[in-house]
Design a protein around this ligand. Sequence first.
Ligand code: UDP
Length: 361
Amino acid sequence: MNITLIAGARPNFVKIAPIIRAIENANSKGSNIQYRLVHTGQHYDANMSDEFFKELNIPRPDINLGCGGGTQTEQTAAIMVSFEKDLARNPANLVMVVGDVNSTMACSIVAKKMMVKVAHVEAGIRSWDLTMPEEINRMVTDVLSDYYFTTSETANNNLIRLGARKEQIFFVGNVMVDTLLFNMSRFRKPSFYDKFNIKPGNYFVLTLHRPTNVDNPDTLRAIITEIVTNVHGLPVVFPIHPRTARIFSHLNIYADNLILVDPLGYLEFNYLVQNSKAVITDSGGVTEETTMMGIPCMTLRDNTERPETCTIGTNELLGTDPKAIKPSLDRLFEGRWKKGGIPELWDGKAAERIIEALLSL
Ligand code: UDP
């Protein structure tokens, strides 16, 4: 078996790490799975890319296509052009893509047009919101995929409704959870923690990067103001995504309790989350991690492709109106946030199941 694995952006690196570990484990027990790791270069800042390879022990990519920046279309097109050449030079019998970023969709299209089978990890999840570029990436990737590795029954049902056959779908659990559980004992206190006198259970973590929240300066200002003024003076640690930082730098927001930091490495970020009072976010992956760690999570979106984080986990959708933030914070401070449970098969063994399934094909 000869697999090309695709990773391009921060959440991809978190998802690919346990898959590579599972391949290596299978090979150490006698399997013969050849793999190449292609980094598309979609994320290229050291703290959005290199740091994750180091911390999560991901091997050096066999190639970096260097396709960062540009508009959605420019980036997708650049990845397609480069990956077509790479796949022609290095034939594979399976291209495995993870998640929902532009690299996921671009490489699926290329592989399929070159008659190479496509496996999609985290397939079938849907927000049904076509204003999210990620939703378009999910839809296109799933239409083209031959094998679907899923995180939930909801995803399985979506795929069946969209025409997938049962035998193409493998309900394996969640590779992001694999990474979280595998690394939990290695979480690391960020260096600024003591400097800012942050106390466990007494601060918030904020992450924002969705265009609907961060591209309009007035929206971004309203969200941040609403948060910092309604957290009873507790610190709000805000590891700022490069996309958000570009807009934030023009806002002139100063608040004593707002602690702005660069994007953190995985081990420090999840230490921060694990010890926080609550997380406010528009990330998808973070809602899964907070569910696993039992940390209250407020999501500033109208919908989610990960409904189990709300129905089972600690997550709640607040919508995109900043006015919804205060009532939810009040409820948290009154001790009325749900406790949450763990979704089915989110047990740290998803990647193992993926490799078992591949070997059985
Ligand atoms: N993350 C991180 N450092 C940060 C912010 C996020 O390591 O400063 C991790 C987080 O733990 C999760 C992933 O990045 O594993 C989520 O990525 P992101 O929010 O960019 O993407 P999404 O999940 O929304 O697609």
